[in-house]
Write a protein that binds this ligand. Structure first.
Ligand SMILES: *Cc1c(COP(=O)(O)O)cnc(C)c1O
Length: 379
């Protein structure tokens, strides 16, 4: 079955009790048992919920995996992955990634004795060089948030297999419509479902997808033991969002390409970060492992003064100044003070994230209106 059909039908069966075509929101904390231990596979809603199960089945299908697990946020999904590890274990992670992931690693897990080694993963040999007998996990993000760097997932998967480490890819920016890391050899895919999967800026949620039953058992144990599970209403919203992912993503990609080109030709713009440009260092790899280039774009103005930055960030009308991404409406964001403020300034600058960088999450409005909005703001 092709992607559009899978997205719409994945995980959803007519409700067995009524025939309802949409999975109902099973707003319940517990399930009545016929006798102790005699039940329909549902005991307590932290462990199982039918709405969550429908979503988890859908997540597996859309990422070409066998198992899906839903979490109460993207960082809760990441948190569960790190809880597979023990003190003394090492993680090799990208030096350019979502600020909240970096904060979770450095501020929460380092004090439990887990070591994080940050490398430029766009060159996979840097990962190979950083591997030690203590390396248990490789954490990738591609394209990265916010610099749109591309890492060759298949090349890193080969390195990971040789070293017998777990490779987890944060696939939030691409979404399963554009990229399927499990097909490229990754062991785990992580999503902030808050973004493209939900797609309507109305829910916080996270996901993990995998093929290995043993890994699924371990992560399910962590999910129910630590308890970062999403509520049934939120599961319903993400399940509903997934049904239009392909239609939305097509438009995000068209609008993204249009705006990236327009920005690049603008006399006041210094640099545009978008993997669809043929001279982007990750273009060849992106073309191989992604079906299109998405709707996330970062750029820098020639005038790097804080005043000009502030003026542009406050002048758009359609692009709302807000954190987050992947919704139908366009957003503009200042990574250094917003989404990535939890990364120390010197770390940010070392990795190429300038204070003047502006990030756009291009929505699915009419692109002419979006360009007009930017034109008025940039001037
Ligand atoms: C937003 C985001 C996260 C965190 O997800 P939440 O749902 O906000 O907890 C992780 N990775 C990336 C790339 C993100 O954009």
């Amino acid at each position: 079955m092709k992607i559009g059909t899978r997205l719409i039908h994945a995980g959803t069966e007519p409700d067995p009790s009524t025939g309802a075509i949409m999975t109902p929101i099973y707003q319940t904390s517990t399930y009545v048992q016929e006798a102790p231990g005699v039940n329909k596979g549902f005991e307590y809603a932290r462990s199982q919920n039918p709405t969550r199960k429908a979503l988890e089945d859908a997540l597996a299908v859309i990422e070409n995996g066998k198992f899906g697990l839903a979490f109460s946020s993207g960082v809760a999904a990441t948190d569960a992955v790190i809880k597979l590890l023990a003190p003394g274990d090492e993680v090799i992670a990208a030096n350019d990634m979502y600020g909240g992931t970096y904060r979770l690693f450095t501020k929460i897990f380092e004090k439990f004795g887990i070591r994080f080694i940050y490398v430029d993963t766009t060159n996979p040999s840097n990962i190979e060089k950083a591997i030690t007998p203590a390396t248990k996990l490789i954490w990738l993000e591609t394209p990265t948030n916010p610099l749109m760097n591309i890492t060759d997932i298949a090349a890193v998967a080969a390195i990971s297999k040789k070293a017998k480490t777990i490779l987890c890819v944060d696939n939030t920016f691409a979404s399963p419509y554009l990229q399927n890391p499990l097909d490229l050899g990754a062991d785990l895919v992580m999503h902030s479902s808050t973004k493209y999967l939900g797609g309507h800026s109305d829910v916080i949620q996270g996901a993990l997808v995998m093929n290995d039953p043993a890994l699924r058992e371990q992560l399910y144990f962590i999910q129910k033991s630590c308890g970062a599970v999403p509520g049934p209403m939120d599961c319903f919203l993400v399940l509903r969002g997934i049904k239009t992912l392909h239609v939305r993503m097509k438009q995000h990609c068209i609008n993204g390409a249009g705006i990236a080109q327009w920005l690049r030709n603008h006399p006041k713009v210094a640099k545009v970060y978008w993997p669809g440009f043929e001279d982007h260092p990750g273009y060849t790899v992106a073309k191989q492992q992604m079906r299109d280039f998405g709707g996330m774009i970062s750029f820098e103005l020639k005038d790097e003064s804080p005043a000009e930055l502030k003026r542009v960030l406050s002048s758009t009308r359609l692009f709302a100044l807000a954190e987050s991404l992947g919704g139908v409406e366009s957003l503009i964001n200042h990574p250094a003070s917003m989404t990535h403020a939890s990364i120390p300034a010197q770390e940010r600058i070392k990795n190429g994230l300038k204070d003047s960088l502006i990030r756009l999450s291009v929505g699915i409005e009419d692109v002419e209106d979006l360009i007009e909005d930017l034109e008025k703001a940039i001037g």
